[in-house]
Design a protein. Structure first.
Lengths: 348, 158
C-alpha cells in the first residue's frame, strides 16, 4: 500500500466517489472510508473520540483556530477534540472525557450524543447521493458484561439516516474479515482490539458463525496500568501510543505495567474465544486451517502479534488455526471492511 | 468483588491468578471483604453476600445508559406493532358524540425521538481540520467483486 501526497484537510471531499461508505464508530476513534474514484484509491477520514473541557474566554477560539486545534462550542462550554484533548489533559494531569464507553454511547456523558453526531458528520460528510449506503460498525453482544447494544445501534442509525444515508450495521469483527481475508474467501477469525472492546467474529465464506465482544480492551489496560503506577489513564495512553515494544523486558514504570496488562488481556481474550468455540454444538466443518487477523489500535504495539500467537498456542482451540496475521492497516481495517460491504451492495 | 460476581464463586487461588496478585494478598482481601459483610464463604470458596450483590448490581444499574428514552422508544414500537396486529384494518371507534364521525385509528410504529438530534447549536472547526489521508488499496475492486460473487451464490442457494 503506497500513500499518496497528503491533500489539505477537506480538500477533494466533493470529488466523485463511488457509492458506499464504511464507518467505524469506535470508543477511541471514529473513522470513515470512501472509495475516491476508481483504481483503488481510498479516502480515510478519522478523528480521536475524546474531548476535554476548557474555560471559554474571548480570545480562546481565535487562538485555537490559529493553532489548528479542533474544538466544539456548545453554549458557554468549549471542548477540545482529538489528539489535542490528550495533550491538554496531560498538561492538567487529568483524564479526557469520552463520548463512548466500552464500545457504546457513554451513559455517563451528557454531551455524548451531540458530540458523536458531530464527529460522525465530520468524518462521513454528506452522502454523494441521497440514500447512499453507509455500513457502520457495531459491537457484538458482550459476553462479560450485562448490557445490550440496541440503543447504541439505533441511535447511530438515526444519526446517519438524518444525514441522508441508508444506514446498515455491520459487526466489527466481520468488517475486519471483509477487509483482510479475501484471500481465504472471507473465511477466518477477525479480531478488533479497540479502546473499549475487543470484538471477535468467526466467519465461513463471509457468513458470521460466532461473534461476540469483550469489555476489557485498551482503556482497561490504561486504567489498570494507571492505578498500578499512580498515573492518569490518559498519561498511560500517551506512553502506550508513543510506542511500546512488548518484546522488551521492561524493568519497571508505565511500560512494565502496560506489558503485564497486555499479557493479561490477551490471555483473557484467548480463554474466552476458546470457551465460546467449545460451547458451539454444531460447528461447520472447515477444510483448511483457519486464518486469524488482528486489528485495532490496541494491537499496534510491537510484539503484540507474537504474544498473541504464543498464548494462542498455549490454549489449544477446538479448531485448527492457520496463519495469524495483522491487518494491513490496523486503524483502518474496520472502516475499510464496512466500505467493502457497502460497495458490494451498492453498485449492481 | 467484580471478579467474584463474574465468576459466581471463587477461591483465593483463582482470585490471585485473575488479579495477578499473590495468594497471601488475595486471601487477605477476601477475608477483609467477608469481615465487611460483602462476601460469604462456603467450602473454601467466596461468593457475593446479599449486601455485596446489592452494592455491585446497584452500581451496574447506575452505569447503564440513560436508556429510558431508548427503552421507551423500543417498547413503544413493540407495543405499536402488537396492537397493529390485533386491531383489524379499517377499525373505527364508535362516534363519541352523536353526529360526529371519528377518524379511523392510525398507529405509527416508526417513532424516532427528534430530541436526540441536538447538535444543531454546536459551533465547531472539526470538519475543516479533520485528519484525512488517501491510500492506494490494490485489489480493492477484486475484493468487492469476490464478496458480491459469494453473496450472489448464497442468494441462489436460499
Amino acid at each position: 500500500m503506497k500513500r499518496q501526497p497528503k491533500k489539505k484537510p477537506g480538500e477533494g471531499s466533493k470529488s466523485k466517489t463511488s457509492s458506499g461508505k464504511g464507518i467505524d464508530i469506535g470508543t477511541s476513534f471514529i473513522g470513515c472510508c470512501t472509495r475516491d474514484g476508481r483504481h483503488g484509491s481510498v479516502r480515510f477520514r478519522y478523528e480521536r473520540d475524546a474531548f476535554f473541557e476548557i474555560d471559554h474566554g474571548d480570545f480562546t477560539k481565535g487562538m485555537l483556530n490559529k493553532s489548528n486545534v479542533k474544538y466544539i462550542q456548545k453554549g458557554e462550554k468549549l471542548y477540545i477534540i482529538g489528539n489535542e484533548a490528550l495533550n491538554f489533559a496531560n498538561m492538567f494531569h487529568r483524564d479526557t472525557r469520552r463520548p463512548l464507553r466500552t464500545g457504546i454511547i457513554s451513559p455517563r456523558e451528557k454531551e455524548a450524543l451531540p458530540m458523536v453526531e458531530l464527529l460522525i458528520r465530520s468524518v462521513a460528510g454528506k452522502p454523494s447521493s441521497q440514500g447512499e449506503i453507509a455500513y457502520y460498525s457495531i459491537p457484538g453482544a458482550p459476553i462479560d458484561k450485562s448490557f445490550n447494544t440496541v440503543y447504541h445501534e439505533k441511535v447511530l442509525k438515526g444519526f446517519l439516516a438524518n444525514l441522508g444515508y441508508l444506514p446498515k450495521p455491520i459487526n466489527e469483527g466481520l468488517a475486519v474479515i471483509y477487509s483482510e481475508l479475501n484471500g481465504s474467501g472471507f473465511t477466518g477469525m477477525g479480531l478488533s482490539f479497540g479502546g473499549g472492546m475487543v470484538n471477535f467474529c468467526l466467519a465461513l465464506m463471509s457468513v458470521p458463525i460466532i461473534s461476540f465482544s469483550l469489555t476489557k480492551a485498551g482503556d482497561w489496560i490504561d486504567e489498570q496500568a494507571a492505578e498500578a503506577t499512580n498515573e492518569t489513564a490518559t498519561r498511560v495512553c500517551s506512553v502506550k501510543e508513543a510506542g511500546i515494544d512488548l518484546n522488551n523486558n521492561y524493568a519497571g514504570g508505565i511500560e512494565k505495567a502496560l506489558s503485564i496488562y497486555y499479557d493479561y488481556l490477551i490471555e483473557y481474550v484467548v480463554e474466552n474465544i476458546k470457551g465460546e468455540l467449545e460451547k458451539q454444538e454444531r460447528m461447520p466443518t472447515f477444510d483448511k486451517p483457519i486464518p486469524v487477523v488482528l486489528s485495532g489500535g490496541s494491537a499496534l504495539p510491537k510484539g503484540f502479534a507474537d504474544r498473541f500467537k504464543a498464548i494462542l498456542k498455549k490454549h489449544k482451540l477446538p479448531l485448527e488455526i492457520g496463519k495469524v496475521q495483522t491487518a494491513s492497516d490496523m486503524m483502518k481495517a474496520v472502516s475499510k471492511g464496512a466500505m467493502v460491504a457497502a460497495l458490494g451492495e451498492g453498485a449492481k | 468483588m467484580e471478579l467474584v460476581a463474574r465468576l459466581g464463586d471463587a477461591n483465593t487461588l483463582r482470585v490471585s491468578n485473575d488479579l495477578m496478585i499473590s495468594t497471601g494478598y488475595a486471601n487477605y482481601l477476601c477475608r477483609y471483604l467477608r469481615r465487611e459483610g460483602l462476601l460469604e464463604t462456603s467450602n473454601g470458596s467466596y461468593h457475593l453476600s446479599r449486601k455485596g450483590a446489592k452494592l455491585i448490581y446497584n452500581e451496574e444499574d447506575d452505569s447503564r445508559p440513560p436508556i429510558t428514552r431508548g427503552e421507551i422508544k423500543r417498547i413503544a414500537q413493540e407495543v405499536a406493532q402488537e396492537i397493529k396486529g390485533i386491531i383489524p384494518k379499517g377499525f373505527r371507534t364508535s362516534p363519541s358524540h352523536p353526529g360526529v364521525e371519528d377518524e379511523g385509528i392510525h398507529i405509527k410504529s416508526d417513532y424516532v425521538d427528534p430530541s436526540i438530534f441536538e447538535d444543531a447549536g454546536l459551533e465547531s472547526n472539526v470538519t475543516e481540520l479533520i485528519k484525512e489521508r488517501i491510500d492506494i488499496e490494490r485489489g480493492l475492486d477484486e475484493t468487492v467483486a469476490q464478496l458480491k460473487n459469494i453473496k450472489r451464490k448464497e442468494g441462489r442457494k436460499k
